[in-house]
Design a protein around this ligand. Sequence first.
Ligand SMILES: N[C@@H](CCC(=O)N[C@@H](CS)C(=O)NCC(=O)O)C(=O)O
Length: 303
Amino acid sequence: MKPRIYESGTPVMNENSSYTPPKIWTWEAKNGGEFANINRPVAGATHEKALPVGEHPLQLYSLATPNGVKVTAMLEELLALGFDGAEYDAYYIDIGEGDQFGSGFVDINPNSKIPALVDHSMPEPTRVFESGAILLYLAEKFGALVPSDPMARAECLSWLFWQMGSAPYLGGGFGHFYSYAPEKIEYCIDRYAMEAKRQLDVLDRHLADNRYMCGDEYTIADIAIWPWYGALVLGRVYDAGEFLDVASYTNAVRWANEIAERDTVKRGRMVNRGSGDPAEQLRERHDASDFETKTQDKIDQQG
Ligand SMILES: N[C@@H](CCC(=O)N[C@@H](CS)C(=O)NCC(=O)O)C(=O)O
């Protein structure tokens, strides 16, 4: 298919295109494709549902997608550093079932996406949504995992926000059209494979001279970037390792492997996980001991 050409904002169709956009877009609920059941063109709650609240200061409502793992890896890291105030309850939000559209969830994230956190240790329960905001909020609250020196901090925040701006091209762009779209469209896959590879090259060049994203210190920049780009270069997402030749980004692979070995990351990946090896799934986390006693294999054994 030849690319569509735009003139003054008006789509001009080429002769091979099978779709002519109407004057006004309307929503057809059955537009097919993965996630069609949860995609809507409007915001707000679809049903009344209060969120559970546990006993710890921090209440997390999430799922072990890359955006979810950022926060659980952060909380496990803070706990490992000895910050008891980072104790948390993690509740499972099934986005495939529309839990993100329950009234309680929408109250804490009007954008209806995981992860969302409520801090009950503040004078009023304080909501935080957007994974980058949650990482920065926690880093500032505990004075950890973000450099205090203004120059180092600038570098760290630059990479944190680089991730927040870049990942939608990887997930919503490349991942969507390569893995999830109901048809393989060469134009879209080319466009986003090019961008995904460019982003990997950005990382790879930077990591040639840096052990972590901000030098020798493991920070929220690594915690944000690893679940997306670390997982990508380790061939864990979209089954795209060969297609994108991820092994050629050797500095990024070295960095990703080193972080994958952290116990805090291994634990963070388990929390709110609902698929894969049952021994690696801790759907809800309320206590550090849950990693030993409440994984899905053990729950299944108990019948
Ligand atoms: N920019 C947001 C993105 C969050 C996001 O896209 N979450 C996805 C799962 S990874 C979600 O909840 N999707 C449900 C939906 O779109 O309805 C963040 O980083 O927190």
